[in-house]
Design a protein around this ligand. Structure first.
Ligand SMILES: [Zn+2]
Ligand SMILES: [Zn+2]
Length: 316
């Protein structure tokens, strides 16, 4: 029996859609107008974009003459007061909605902060933040958890959040501005606890010259509803370079097919796994699974050090 990761099911020769899920404009703290941001991603070949200005919901394309799909979206969040009295911690959440009346927010509407919804104004743990997430979900939006390393949140501070479909595993702005490139270990931490969470790569651009450096590739038709459904069901992979063409499990082995790369890693329950290296380049690899694994995922890296990640296949 073949278990194929959802990004590669039912593609029938279709190409994946390239998308930017986390972008800021001058409507919040970006350096460029919403028109410039969306136009830039369109010129770079993106099929869809979510404008996620802080606490400001965007439903409409600022450049309606350009054929790029705009996903209704915003970035919300809360500051964390964990009682230690020092340092900075926060929860940031990107919300994505379908393009109809069900996502609950109007064009340009200010969305509350998590602190606004707390009776004391304080958020000390995931449980304090959950009513905020619940409110967003009840309005018909899906959510992902942003930049855990930049937010200075150990996994224990977000592992009990309910309802996120994904978390960020690469954030261009955090990598380039702060050298924070260690979000993936958080992902394996929560996956290793038996939680099902997809991984998204995003730019989180605040400067236009950081555009088109990390993205998702989605198996969907090019409309908001299909894209949001595909994201929620894990029918995508993430990249800042290579393409991935297939990822599946058959007869106790995981298989991946991708662009020519020099390193392929299979990750399972944080268990030490083999890393396949070939300086001449490989385009596929397979890996023997252990019966005890809860999930298997793969990461491929090319000669420039650029990676792409599959979402996990859950093996239970
Ligand atoms: Zn953020
Ligand atoms: Zn952001």
């Amino acid at each position: 029996m073949i278990i194929r990761q959802a990004a590669f099911e039912n593609m029938n020769g279709k190409r994946h859609l390239k998308g930017a899920l986390h972008c800021h404009s001058s409507r919040s703290d970006g350096d460029s107008s919403a028109e410039e941001v969306v136009s830039r991603y369109y010129r770079d070949g993106f099929d869809f974009i979510a404008l996620t200005d802080h606490f400001r919901y965007n439903r409409e394309s600022p450049v309606p003459h350009l054929p790029i799909t705009v996903i209704p979206a915003a970035e919300g969040g809360a500051d964390i007061n964990d009682g230690l009295g020092h340092g900075f911690r926060c929860y940031h959440t990107v919300l994505l909605g379908k393009n109809d009346e069900t996502n609950g927010f109007a064009q340009g509407e200010r969305i509350p902060t998590g602190n606004d919804l707390s009776p004391t104004g304080k958020i000390t743990c995931a449980e304090d933040y959950q009513p905020y997430l619940d409110m967003i979900h009840e309005k018909g939006n899906i959510t992902f958890y942003c930049h855990p390393e930049w937010s200075s949140t150990p996994a224990r501070l977000f592992e009990n959040m309910k309802g996120d479909f994904a978390m960020e595993i690469r954030n261009t702005d955090c990598v380039h501005s702060c050298n924070m490139d260690r979000d993936c270990p958080y992902w394996d931490e929560v996956l290793g606890q038996g939680k099902r969470l997809w991984g998204v790569a995003v730019d989180d651009i605040h400067r236009l010259n950081m555009a088109d450096r990390s993205w998702v590739m989605v198996g969907a038709d090019n409309n908001v509803s299909d894209i949001v459904d595909a994201l929620a069901s894990g029918a995508f992979y993430s990249s800042f370079g290579p393409s991935i063409y297939d990822f599946y499990v058959e007869d106790g082995k995981a298989h991946i097919v991708c662009d020519t790369v020099n390193r392929i890693e299979f990750m399972a329950d944080r268990h030490p796994t083999s890393v396949f290296r070939d300086p001449n380049g490989v385009t596929e690899a397979e890996f023997n699974l252990n019966d005890s694994y809860f999930y298997i995922r793969a990461c491929v890296t090319d000669s420039y050090g650029r990676s792409a990640w599959t979402n996990p296949i859950f093996l239970d």
